[in-house]
Design a binder for this molecule. Structure first.
Ligand SMILES: [Zn+2]
Length: 347
């Protein structure tokens, strides 16, 4: 079970397995944003991505494992890490503006460096937001915390803000081990890499993703995430037509049954990830992007443009191996049902 500390290790690992990553574009630090093709040649293609939130590393490992473990005749395209910069950590993110990577032993170290080297844009309690070089850096997450268009965000319009992973006890994501990337829209809305799929202005990582999607027109999209709890859930999307809607429902049913049967823990009956979800079976939530606002995330966008799609969420507070095996099982089950849909089709 690999936990990738650096994006380059992930790329090396993939190549060592005989895969040939295709470059879709370059992150602002010059890192290659890649997709890897596996599976067979049958269409429609399956699209799997992970890592838009760098703290959610079991998704990244799962995406890499699926390259070798997903048995299907369909074409499979995997973007294993949608935020190569963030996965390298907060020290790395700082190195982009400081010229060298500081050694960070704690969140206090991170705070002290921002204070010493940055121009302070905002401070409230223990939250400090600074600009250094081309990037913003904050001591904690600002998503959902700042008014859109706040004047102190002006220096960061169209740029990004990194903040350090901070929770203790998360395997694969220790404090400072990852830099969570926030994207400040040109209008001053603080979002993240899993937004902007339907907007003309978008960070390069998102533009790479949607260009690939336009090319392959995926019949199934799986975006692998994690949440801060210790159980499992996923979100489904209502579809453009009855055929897609029916298969979205079938995949949802079989995925949750397979995970429940495996003994993995599902979220509690009372759990609701947000006000913009409608509950299905336990552990299944239908996401209503119009109610949420903020535009479309990858799975919302896939549902609008291409067909069935899911965002899979494992619990960061359980063991890494458990998170990966549950994510793998959910993805494999969705693909098995997807194959049934196109059984008998040839192309
Ligand atoms: Zn996520």
């Amino acid at each position: 079970m690999k936990i990738f500390d650096r994006y380059t290790h992930l790329l090396e690992w993939i190549q060592s397995k005989g895969h040939k990553p295709r470059v879709l574009g370059y992150a602002p630090d010059g890192a290659m944003i890649v997709c890897v093709k596996s599976g067979g040649e049958k269409e429609p293609a399956i699209f799997i991505s992970a890592g838009s939130h760098s703290t959610e590393q079991a998704g990244v490992t799962t995406a890499v494992q699926l390259l070798d473990q997903l048995e299907t005749e369909h074409q499979v395209y995997v973007i294993p890490s949608r935020d190569p910069m963030g996965m390298n950590g907060f020290g790395y993110a700082l190195s982009l503006s400081l010229g060298e990577e500081p050694s960070l032993d704690s969140l206090e170290d991170a705070h002290a460096i921002l204070r010493e080297r940055g121009e302070v844009l905002y401070e409230e309690g223990s939250t400090l937001l600074v600009i250094i070089g081309e990037y913003g850096y904050s001591t904690r997450g600002l998503y959902g915390r700042l008014p859109k268009g706040a004047s102190f965000l002006k220096p960061l319009l169209g740029r990004r803000i990194f903040f350090p992973s901070h929770a203790n006890g998360i395997e694969g994501t220790a404090p400072c081990q990852r830099a969570y990337t926030l994207i400040v829209s040109p209008e001053g809305e603080v979002l993240h890499i899993n937004r902007f799929h339907d907007t003309p202005w978008a960070p390069v990582e998102v533009r790479c993703t949607r260009r690939l999607m336009a090319e392959i027109r995926p019949g199934l999209t799986l975006d692998l995430h994690e949440y801060g709890g210790d159980a499992f859930w996923f979100s489904a999307r209502h579809q453009r037509n009855d055929g897609d809607e029916k298969w979205e429902g079938r995949m949802a049913d079989e995925m949750i049954q397979a995970v429940a049967h495996s003994g993995a823990q599902l979220v509690a009956e009372t759990y609701l990830p947000g006000s913009f979800f409608t509950k299905g079976e336990r552990g299944v939530f239908w996401l209503n992007p119009q109610e949420r606002g903020e535009g479309l995330n990858l799975a919302d966008f896939a549902a609008r443009e291409y067909g069935p799609s899911f965002t899979i969420e494992t619990g960061m507070r359980s063991r890494f191996q458990q998170r990966v095996s549950t994510s793998l099982l959910a993805a494999q089950t969705a693909v098995k049902v997807f194959e049934e849909r196109y059984k008998g089709d040839t192309n």
